[in-house]
Design a protein around this ligand. Structure first.
Ligand SMILES: [Zn+2]
Ligand SMILES: [Zn+2]
Length: 417
């Protein structure tokens, strides 16, 4: 088997990886480069963007734009695979955005033809055997893949080990993956040692205690960060504050609760019947705040999940009480001078807010534990700005293969003794 990293050896957004065996090609992810980050521009890849596609397929690890965002540009005949729930969330997201972004209409059309897989159910493509497993990430039902064709490779995708479900990862690895020969590994947090200092359950506790303390709470977070949304819902319930979302965020949550498969069994994704989320209604293109609603919020306080736009800004202005604002996403978005700076978010959030967030990506200590389980002969870092720093961290225990974009490595089956 041969691995080529077409993009992502020295940047976080837009990773594209190719696995090739006996003339068959399996690609993983085809997303956008991050705003303001390094840009390599439009990719031209034989067997993916053009040429003979009869022995090619694309796997999507999860619905974040830097992993799926460019699939609308790919030829019709290229088969694409993603997880069932990942596809469903992307459908809600694209449907919501289609009126302001016409690429999202194309995405909706594309998703109609996407093949779905179930995590834990192995499937084959040409000489490849593919085992998808669920990993914890800030996208719902994000997947990692074990890809086998002579050699065994574990492709991590984006993941973390400090989320609600992460405790099961070692068991899942033992049951579905076992030992592998190579790991293609994300290294986002190689230089962000503080990004994971709190676990998602701990963060939820912190929010619950803030919601008891502060009556009126406004939180900015990514609507597709489903675990955080549900974590905040339960934190608000514990503090007995009304939990308020708009129709889009409600659809995101409902997409998960309405499932009758494994997710429905988790208490995290269930609404308390006596405490359903409140969904904002529209009136004259604004959110309605009638006397009855205002009275309730004055009495009970609230936890509002907000987004940075005029409608929310106006609504928050009209809300009663002394508002305590929180930023529940990476703070780089509101730091002036950062590549990812989002002026719209910075303006809605203002300067008086509390930062309560934890990363969707793994810290380096947890990566080491994962490598111990997988016992690879070599590791290829991607989805990182600092592959050399990654190599420095792990090279005394493992062979770290640092590639440049477009470079390949041919895997050998010989393990060093
Ligand atoms: Zn991601
Ligand atoms: Zn990513």
């Amino acid at each position: 088997m041969k691995i080529t990293i077409h993009r992502g050896t020295h940047q976080i957004g837009g990773c594209v990886t190719e696995y090739e065996s006996e003339g068959w090609r399996l690609f993983v992810d085809y997303g956008e480069e991050l705003q303001g980050g390094p840009k390599s521009g439009t990719l031209k890849v034989e067997g993916l963007t053009h040429g003979d596609l009869t022995k090619s397929a694309l796997l999507i690890t999860h619905y974040h734009g830097d992993h799926i965002g460019c699939i609308t540009e790919l030829p019709e005949e290229l088969p694409i695979y993603m997880s069932e729930m990942g596809r469903e969330i992307q459908l809600v997201l694209s449907d919501h955005l289609k009126s302001v972004d016409n690429v999202q209409q194309k995405m909706l059309d594309k998703l109609q033809k996407v093949n779905t897989f179930k995590p834990g159910a192995k499937f084959a493509f040409g000489p490849f055997s593919i085992m998808p497993i669920i990993v914890d990430h800030s996208a719902f039902e994000a997947c990692a893949f074990k890809i086998t064709a002579q050699q065994r490779v574990f492709h991590t995708g984006d993941f973390r080990t400090h989320g609600f479900r992460s405790g099961t990862l070692p068991k899942v690895i033992k049951k579905y993956i076992g030992k592998v020969d190579y790991v293609v590994c994300e290294g986002t947090n190689v230089h962000r040692p503080d990004a994971t200092s709190v676990s998602e359950p701990e963060l939820q506790k912190q929010y619950a205690s803030r919601f008891r303390e502060h009556k009126c709470n406004v939180i900015y977070l990514s609507s597709s960060n489903i675990d955080r949304l549900f974590g905040l819902y339960h934190a608000a319930r514990k503090a007995d504050r009304p939990f308020i979302v708009d129709a889009y965020q409600r659809r995101m949550m409902d997409a998960v609760t309405k499932r009758d498969h494994i997710w429905g069994k988790s208490e995290l994704y269930q609404y308390d019947k006596t405490y359903p989320p409140m969904t904002l209604q529209y009136e004259d293109n604004e959110f309605r705040l009638n006397d009855k609603f205002r009275y309730l919020l004055e009495q009970k306080g609230y936890v509002l999940i907000a987004r940075a736009n005029d409608r929310f800004d106006n609504f928050i202005e009209r809300l009663p009480g002394d508002k305590h604002k929180y930023l529940s996403m990476w703070k780089g978005y509101v730091e002036v001078g950062r590549e990812a700076y989002n002026p719209r978010l910075a303006s809605s959030l203002g300067t008086d807010y509390e930062y309560l967030h934890t990363s969707g990506h793994c810290d380096m200590k947890s990566l080491r534990e994962l490598f111990h389980l997988l016992s690879p002969m070599s590791i290829i870092p991607i989805h990182t700005e600092e592959p050399e720093a990654f190599a420095n961290l792990f090279s005394y225990e493992y062979t770290i293969t640092v590639l440049n974009d477009g470079e390949s490595v041919t895997l050998s089956g010989d393990r060093p003794v």
